[in-house]
Each structure stands twice: as C-alpha cells, then as structure tokens.
Design a protein around this ligand. Structure first.
Ligand code: GDP
Ligand code: IMO
Ligand code: MG
Length: 420
C-alpha cells in the first residue's frame, strides 16, 4: 500500500477539510503531517459546520484511525478544546486518535513570542495566526523543543521550566507586556488530556499500518504557497506544506507516496500579509469575498480575493507532483459574466511564465478571459451536465497543468461533490 496525499495548491483554505471528509470512506487511516492549530478545516454535513484545527478530518467517519504525525506542532490547550467539542457530539475520540511522540509541543511562551515578534515587525508583519507556530518550529530546528514523548519523562517539568526560562529571557528583549498564568494552568490540564490518548512511535506505526494493507490518506494543512521553502517567503508558515513534507512529517519513504491530490479554489484567496499577484481591490474582489464567505475559519479575518493564478498553480503542481486536481468553490463563480485567469506575469516590461523568486515587486498579471456560465451549478452531479462555459474553464486548467481535474466541488456540503 501507499500513502495518498491531499494538499492545498494556493495560500490555504482551499477546502482540504471537505475533501478529506469526502475521501475518507476509501481510507482506514487519516494523518496530519505538518502545521498545527493555525489550520482551520471546515466540514459541512447534516446542516452543521465543524472546524478542525489539529485533529485530522477523518474524525467524523466510523472506523477511521486519525494520526497526528511527528511533523505537527501541538498546543495542548487548543487540542483539549477540540476534544471537548467532539466529545459533546458523542465522537469516541480516545479510540480514534493516535499522537506521534515526536510531534513538538507549543508552549504558552511560544504564543507570546509569536505575538511579540509580530508586534515588533510593525508594517512588515506576516499576519500570523498567533498560535505560536513559528517559535515552536524555531525551537525544533534549534534543537531546544519539547516533544509529546517528553510528557512521559520524569524530567518533563524541569525541561519545561528550562525552555520557559529561555523564552522569558527572549521576551524581555521586546517591549511587550504579557501574562501567561491562566493559559499556563490550562496548558498543564491539556497535558493531562494528552495522557488519555495513545501516544505512538509515529513512523513505526504508519509503516506497520501500510505493511498490513491499510489505506492511508495524509492531510496537508496551509497551502503550497505558504511553504517555508517554496512559498512567498517570508510571508509563509514555518513548515513544509508541500508533498515532500508528508514524508518528513510521517516517516514514510518517498517511494511510498501514491496519489497526490492537489486542491485549488476556482479563484484565489489569501489571509494575512504578503504578495498576491491576482488580488482584486475592486467590486469584483468584494463580490468574490461576499459570495464565497471568505472569512478565516480560525481568526475570522477577511480573506483577500482575486482571480485564479495559473503561473502559481502550475508551480504548485510541479513542486508537489500532483496526479489529480480537485477544484473547489466552483459555484462561487456562478454569477460572474466574465472570469479571468492569469496566464503570465509582466515584471519590469518582461513576460514571465515561471513563478518568480521575488513576488513582492511590481507584477502585472496577463489575463485570459473566459465567458461566465451565468447559472446555478450547485445541483449538478454529473460532469456531462455542466454548462459548456464551465467545461471550457475546467479543460483549460487541465491542458495548462497537464493534470486531470478529477473532483469538482459545487458547494460546502459533502453531497455537493462531483467525482469524475
Ligand atoms: P481548508 O482550510 O482548506 O480546509 O478550508 P477552510 O475550511 O478554511 O475554507 C474553505 C471554506 O469553503 C469552508 O467554509 C468550506 O465549508 C467552504 N467550501 C468548501 N468547498 C466549497 C464549495 O465547493 N463551495 C462553496 N461555496 N464553499 C465551499
Ligand atoms: P489551513 O490549513 C490560510 C497564514 C497566516 C499567515 C501565515 C503565517 O486552514 O489552510 P502562522 O500562524 O502559520 O505563523 O501564519 O500563514 N496561514 C494560513 N492561511 N489557511 C491556513 O491554514 C493558514 N495557516 C497559516 O494567515 O499569513
Ligand atoms: Mg482553513
């Protein structure tokens, strides 16, 4: 068996939660491999919305094992809150969730460092979700971090205090007032919650499950353009969100990766700061935001909106080795008479078709225009039944990327999905 990977090809919020939930019946195991509570994955079913942050989106399906892999950073407070909400709904979380020992812990002081660092950046701020993601990954690569497995060690408290002291000294360098007493108390309660769960040697478990013929789906968080190496640096998150991150974050070899499902919205959004070549500042941008309900699932912030960017989509498809494309939120474009797609950039008078190193400078997108379909496609369930204009849009994307669009989403509900 191989590990199939679902990941976002843009700046996050492509609809990964919905897709994982739709695909889960075909898998026995769903595994998160990077990121943490900066993610917000929404699932709509039975007229309800559920938002997951650190817990994989297979949690609502019977019999699926949900693994939090070693590449994830976990905040015991936010994890406990998610657990409490799921338990209220009657989900048997302890039976369904397993947590890798090597996943790193987000400390209360990591959150403070995130906030202090963002405040100090002023106008240059990243627009972080302020969940402590960056400082936790810094301690991981700096070899100072605390891991889930450490909570089983008799010296856990001593190591916690040592790291906290290091952070306190760092925080003193900033002009930043903070009080972590209450959050710290909740954090230690959260550590007790973590102890209720099966803590695993993640890489051994995942490979054993594969060896036993179990189908595994790796669920990405954020999106490829937020990747620490390949995204629009420095306006990125601090982990490898691309497909290779699944190997690192779960302990599976590259030759064990099977299908790579690349998810994109039929247009583009971005939350937080940073370059966004096709961003729209006009009425069309506002319409996309209103019709698409483009507000952050975690922070409630407005998402910036713009047209689909083929330069960026081709780049993400290449970096990830996408084998199947999944187009989301197609219904949001129902009422636009003309739909545009950026097919190249103009930078300093030159036409560029490769996603450039510097996306901060003046970029003018070169657009190709498509005729809108001007009708409601939400109730379509077979590809043949889509209007001609819609099929032209999809087939253009397939031609440009060289990858088939296998799933099309026409609404937030599980049922509003077309599998070709
Ligand atoms: P994720 O972070 O990639 O899981 O995406 P989010 O959950 O943050 O944001 C996607 C939003 O779009 C959620 O509110 C979904 O319920 C919603 N959504 C997903 N697919 C569709 C779709 O095809 N049409 C519409 N209108 N909304 C969708
Ligand atoms: P999902 O999984 C959209 C963005 C933040 C900020 C930058 C860095 O729901 O798609 P961080 O908190 O990681 O230090 O923030 O990355 N960001 C996301 N944007 N969706 C996400 O996750 C995101 N996670 C982080 O807005 O610009
Ligand atoms: Mg999201």
């Amino acid at each position: 068996m191989k590990v199939d990977v679902v990941l976002g090809l843009q700046w996050g919020d492509e609809g990964k939660g919905k897709v994982v939930d739709v695909l889960t019946p075909d898998y026995q195991v769903i595994a998160r491999f990077q990121g943490g509570p900066n993610a917000g994955h929404s699932l709509h079913f039975a007229d309800k919305v559920h938002v997951l942050r650190s817990i994989p989106s297979g949690i609502f399906r019977d019999n699926a094992i949900n693994i939090i892999g070693n590449g994830v950073v976990l905040d015991p407070v936010m994890f406990s809150q998610e657990i409490a909400e799921l338990e209220k709904l009657g989900v048997d979380v302890t039976a369904k969730i397993r947590i890798a020992k090597k996943a790193h812990l987000i400390l209360p002081t990591h959150r403070m460092l995130d906030a202090a660092s963002e405040a100090a950046k002023g106008k240059a701020k990243i627009g972080s979700t302020l969940k402590g993601i960056g400082p936790t990954y810094m301690d991981k690569t700096g070899r100072n971090g605390l891991r889930v497995g450490d909570i089983l060690s008799p010296s856990f408290m001593e190591r916690y205090e040592r790291l906290k002291q290091k952070h306190t000294a760092m925080l003193a360098q900033f002009d930043f007032a903070y009080d972590i007493a209450e959050y710290e108390a909740q954090w230690f309660e959260g550590i007790e919650t973590l102890r209720r769960f099966t803590i695993i040697e993640g890489e051994h478990e995942v490979n054993r499950l594969l060896g036993n013929g179990q189908a595994i789906l790796a669920e990405g968080a954020q999106g490829s353009l937020l990747d620490i190496d390949y995204g629009t640096y420095p306006f990125v998150t601090s982990s490898n969100t691309v497909c290779a991150g699944a190997c690192i974050g779960l302990g599976v070899a590259p030759n064990k990766i099977g299908e790579v499902f690349g998810i994109f919205k039929a247009y583009c959004t971005r939350v937080g700061s940073g370059p966004f070549p096709t961003e729209l500042f006009d009425q069309t941008g506002q319409d996309l935001q209103r019709i698409g309900h483009e507000f952050g699932a975690v922070t409630g912030r407005e998402r910036r909106c713009g047209w689909l960017d083929m330069v960026a989509l081709k780049y993400s498809t290449m970096i990830n080795g996408v084998t199947q494309l999944i187009m989301m939120k197609s219904d949001v474009l129902n009422t636009f008479p003309t739909i545009k797609v950026a097919v190249a950039y103009e930078i300093g008078g030159k036409r560029v078709t490769e996603f450039p190193y510097e996306t901060n400078e003046e970029i003018t997108p070169v657009y190709k225009e498509f005729e809108g379909w001007n009708c409601d496609i939400n109730s379509v369930r077979r590809y043949e039944d889509f209007p001609r204009q819609f099929k032209e849009y999809v087939e253009f994307i397939e031609k440009e990327t060289g990858v088939p669009v296998k799933i099309i989403s026409v609404g937030p509900d599980r049922e509003e999905t077309i599998v070709r």
